[in-house]
Every structure is written in structure tokens, then in C-alpha cells.
Design a protein around this ligand. Structure first.
Ligand code: FPP
Length: 235
């Protein structure tokens, strides 16, 4: 079979806590290992001809976790943004963020802005990190922006369509082709609701810290076996 690369892969990196608990370690150790796995996957995925990788790093609901875990994650993001993604930057990948800035600390925001600025002209791929992100929030924010434009008179209601909605999302991204969720959970958890309208879903029992290049290959192989009809009937 000819290799067909999913243009946009999105990953819900689940199971860090369980991975650590199974080993009698603190949950934060699972996140630490999870960050190493993300580094490796991000360095591999663009070689598979994938153009966009989106990852769920922190949801708007994750603030409900213990302060110690939230602080650890923020610190981990900061460290990762400072050094984990040098290789993909060198490969010409553009790094962007989706989510709300509110509640994030200044150090994290500065590191995010620095990465975005440094990579803004890169053309070889997009790495979209969803941080303080909620899919319903994204649609609400887009709706507010559109309503404001209609109010100001710069947009006509009759011109609102899917493309206009897409342009008002946190980022103007192509649709998700393949959604991967690790750790045996079969949920979407408010992740990229708008962009996953026609995504193929791939669920695996593997916990995120055990995920690797071979597991990604398996997911892409499974995607290659799917018959995507987008609502049409195959001739
Ligand atoms: C879900 O596992 C994972 C998270 C909430 C955090 C994801 C973060 C990383 C993989 C760290 C690296 C990220 C970046 C962007 C550098 P969980 O804690 O909900 O696991 P559980 O369901 O087993 O408790």
C-alpha cells in the first residue's frame, strides 16, 4: 500500500500519572518522562511527512490538580520550551500555542512568546502546543471575535462560513486527520473539537511515557488502512 501521511496529527498524551504510580513514583516523574517522549516524537513525526503536530499539554480543567503538580508542570513546560525543541527549530518547524494566556505565569508566557517569535518564518512544519486550552473555550472566543467584527461593520453575517470560523480559532490550522489518545481512555476531553470534525481516531492502551516512534508508526499504519469518505459514497 502506498504511504499516506496524515497531514495533521493531534495527540492527547494521557497516562503520565498512572505510569508513575505503577512504579511507586510520584506523578510528577510521569510528566518528566512524558516530556522526554514528546521531545522524541516531535523530532520523528515531521520525517514521516506529517506537516502539523498538535499536543494537549494542559487543559483548562487541569488547574483543579494539586498545586504541587500544577507548579511542577509549569516548570517542566518552561524548561522544555527553553531546550527540548531546539532540534525541531533547526529542522525549520514553526512553534505555535493554542489556549488562553490568563492564569499562566510571566516566565512561561515569555518562553512561549520567544519560541513563537524565533520560529515564525519556519515553513517545514507546525508544532501546536495546546496549553491552558479548552475546545469549547476556543469556539466561544472565536464567536466573540466574529460578533465584534459584525458589530463594527467589518464582517457581514452572510459571509460567515466554516473558513471564517477557522480563521478566528486560536490558530488557523488545517483539519485533524488523525487523533491519537494513549492510556486506554476513549474520550475527547474537550480537545480541538472544531478541528477534529473528520478525524480518524486511534486509541491505544500504551501509557504516554511508554509511547515511542514504533507506536507512532502503528498509529499511522492504522490510519493508512482507514477508508475516509467524508460523508460521500465511494464510487
Ligand atoms: C495527562 O496524563 C498528561 C498531562 C495532563 C500533562 C501532559 C504533559 C506532558 C506530556 C509533559 C510535556 C509537555 C510539554 C508541552 C513539554 P495524566 O497526568 O492525566 O495521567 P493519568 O490519567 O494517568 O493520571
Amino acid at each position: 500500500m502506498n504511504y499516506k501521511a496524515p497531514n495533521h496529527i493531534a495527540i492527547i498524551m494521557d497516562g503520565n500519572g498512572r505510569w508513575a504510580q505503577k512504579r511507586g513514583l510520584k506523578r510528577t516523574k510521569g510528566h518528566q518522562k512524558g516530556a522526554e517522549v514528546l521531545k522524541k516524537i516531535s523530532e520523528y513525526v515531521y520525517d514521516k511527512k506529517v506537516k502539523v503536530l498538535s499536543v494537549f499539554a494542559f487543559s483548562t480543567e487541569n488547574w483543579k490538580r494539586d498545586k504541587e503538580e500544577v507548579d511542577y508542570l509549569m516548570d517542566l513546560f518552561l524548561k522544555a520550551f527553553k531546550k527540548n525543541f531546539d532540534v525541531i527549530k533547526q529542522k525549520g518547524v514553526k512553534v505555535i500555542f493554542s489556549g488562553l494566556k490568563e492564569k499562566l505565569n510571566d516566565k512561561v508566557i515569555n518562553a512561549m512568546e520567544k519560541m513563537t517569535e524565533e520560529t515564525k518564518s519556519n515553513k517545514n512544519g507546525i508544532f501546536n502546543v495546546c496549553l491552558n486550552y479548552g475546545g469549547q473555550d476556543e469556539i466561544v472566543e472565536a464567536t466573540k471575535k466574529i460578533a465584534e467584527e459584525v458589530k463594527q461593520g467589518s464582517l457581514d453575517i452572510s459571509d460567515i462560513n466554516n473558513e471564517v470560523l477557522n480563521k478566528h480559532m486560536f490558530n488557523d490550522l488545517p483539519p485533524i486527520d488523525l487523533l491519537i489518545r494513549t492510556s486506554g481512555e476513549y474520550r475527547v476531553s474537550n480537545f480541538m473539537l472544531w478541528q477534529m470534525a473528520y478525524a480518524e481516531f486511534y486509541f491505544t492502551d500504551v501509557l504516554w511515557p511508554d509511547f515511542d516512534e514504533k507506536e507512532l508508526d502503528k498509529a499511522i499504519e492504522s490510519f493508512n488502512e482507514r477508508d475516509r469518505r467524508f460523508g460521500a459514497v465511494k464510487k
